[in-house]
Design a protein around this ligand. Structure first.
Ligand SMILES: Cc1cc2nc3c(=O)[nH]c(=O)nc-3n(C[C@H](O)[C@H](O)[C@H](O)COP(=O)(O)OP(=O)(O)OC[C@H]3O[C@@H](n4cnc5c(N)ncnc54)[C@H](O)[C@@H]3O)c2cc1C
Length: 275
């Protein structure tokens, strides 16, 4: 990625260029960074909020020019502090880290739920450029929480992309869970790859559907991450370190972690707890 192999691990201070309010609790922060501009979809940055914490965030924009973004849901202390940042404010980042998604040409389906859509946005943009035929299923609880619809539909005119939406309350698109739609689509059409990111129970369901239809799958898993370079062990899922061996896991890897995937996570002290 870089002539200097340690460059990725160095903390860089970037300036926030633009902030977009995506939903009542989600904001996108744009910045420029050369290394992030070379990232793979599905890779993440450790985002430093001085005096508060350093937290992992997937890249939601990856451009060769270096234009990059993270899309952040306000859920706790660090993300609340991040949400108060404005254009011109500094942001600390290191990375990009993790393996990222493996691109596939052919017929692919992408299943995303809630803020899980974040790493899927640069993925769909890359796949479209990779001449894949893409079916994108976006799910959220309500219309307000449905992310990136406009940006996805802008790619629609240029490409071989079909977009379907579901909301749990029926306020936009089909009413129900995105996995129900995935099930219906997989019954009708054969895909070369399924990509998924969202709540882990949703991804587990997608994994079971993929197994039933004998289709390979890649899912992006979230675990508590501290070092992000595979040293601290805080993000272990069975034998894998989610930060380095993941966060994207293939069918073969998911089979190896079937006793933990969809069932257990680790708390801040590393103790295994139910999901
Ligand atoms: C690879 C990866 C990519 C992610 N991408 C995104 C993204 O694009 N957008 C987004 O909104 N969120 C993303 N997350 C989740 C995000 O890191 C957490 O929501 C954030 O760390 C919460 O911090 P907090 O201090 O606001 O919340 P806290 O109050 O500290 O915690 C709330 C919950 O967030 C999770 N969390 C807290 N600290 C960490 C940590 N160091 N690592 C992982 N999870 C943590 C825990 O489940 C915790 O229960 C990602 C997580 C991972 C592992």
């Amino acid at each position: 990625m870089s002539a200097d192999p340690t460059a990725t691990n160095r903390l860089r201070i970037v300036e926030i260029q633009e902030v977009i309010v995506e939903s009542p609790i989600v904001k996108t922060f744009f910045f420029h960074d050369k290394l992030c501009g070379k990232a793979k979809p599905g890779q993440f940055v450790m985002t430093w909020v001085p005096g508060v914490d350093e937290v992992p965030m997937s890249l939601s924009t990856i451009r060769p020019s270096g234009l990059s973004s993270i899309t952040v849901a306000e859920v706790g202390e660090a993300t609340k502090a991040l949400h108060q940042r404005k254009p011109g404010d500094p942001l600390g980042i290191r990375g990009p880290y993790g393996n990222g998604f493996t691109l596939t040409s052919g017929n692919v389906v992408i299943v995303g739920g809630g803020t899980g859509l974040t790493p899927l946005l640069p993925l769909v943009e890359k796949l479209v450029g990779f001449s894949a035929k893409v079916t994108f299923l976006l799910g959220a609880k309500t219309k307000d929480e449905l992310l990136f619809l406009e940006r996805i539909e802008t790619s629609l005119s240029k490409s071989n992309l079909k977009v379907f939406t579901t909301t749990e309350d029926g306020s936009y698109g089909l009413k129900g869970l995105v996995t129900v739609l995935a099930e219906q689509i997989l019954e009708k059409e054969r895909f070369h790859m399924i990509y998924a990111c969202g709540p882990e129970q949703m991804m587990h369901k997608v994994f079971l559907l993929a197994k039933r239809h004998n289709t390979p799958v890649q899912v992006s898993l979230e675990r508590i991450m501290h070092c992000a370079i595979g040293l601290c062990g805080g993000c272990m899922i069975d034998k894998f370190r989610a930060c380095k061996d993941g966060p994207v896991f293939s069918t073969e890897q998911l089979r190896e972690i079937k006793n933990e995937f969809g069932r257990f996570k680790r708390d801040f002290s590393g103790r295994k707890t139910g999901l």
